[in-house]
Ligand binder design. Sequence first.
Ligand code: SF4
Length: 274
Amino acid sequence: MTQLLEPDTAGAPVSFGDLEIGEIALDLDDQDPEDVIAWGLETFGDRIAIVTALQKDGMAILDMAVKIKPDVRVITVDTGRLPQETYAFVDEAREHYPQTRWEVLFPDASEVEAMVQRRGVNLFRNSVEERMLCCQIRKVRPLVKALRGLDAWFTGLRRDQWASRAAIQKVQLDHDHEGIVKINALADWEGDEVDAYLEANGVPVHPLYAQGYTSIGCAPCTRPIESGENDRAGRWWWETGAPKECGIHCPIETGSFEHEAEAIFAAAERKHQQ
Ligand code: SF4
């Protein structure tokens, strides 16, 4: 089902320093998303990929990129806890953009096994730290490994989504991921602009939006929002005072669970060596 790439065979590496990327960011900040995406594709070739959970913003980025580079690379993570609708929608998106090259990432099975044995299958209900631990193992770690093979990535982040995203640039160095370039081409768009783009361009939309969802992640951690709630309010809705982030877009400490993560990684490593 999945066409896999060898990331380190995708061309010569391209990197930028802080000053250089700052100047580029200034130039691109008032450009349309399509122009920002074109810059990314032209600059990084096959060493850039769209990283998406197939939400509306990611689909808009994908549609814009395909119009410039039909075989653009797309990376998504199957955490093992996704809604059935997402699995079906991955196939729909791939069929809609038949030349795109998809990489579906999976968490390390031994790490998931060790985590579930130690904390239970639904550990994310116990505490914010355990939720972040689950996100680390099921989502962040597979993505971090994939990002190591890239020089840049496209995200669907927007400034209006949550306080933790209010200061993002359209182009920035991602110091959380070895200084590769992160391109947030929709940074200054609002939700209704994304909706208008999707409709005008006949872009497929994840079916859960029609059921009141406004942000879509794992099945047990996402619900439709109530009237007047922020678009990301349906993510980990039982938590209070915690960022609506999994940890891939901003560093999140698992606090007292650092040692628990280490124990899980050690158990997984022992399993790998058996
Ligand atoms: Fe685990 Fe929930 Fe995070 Fe998915 S969203 S990785 S199930 S805590």
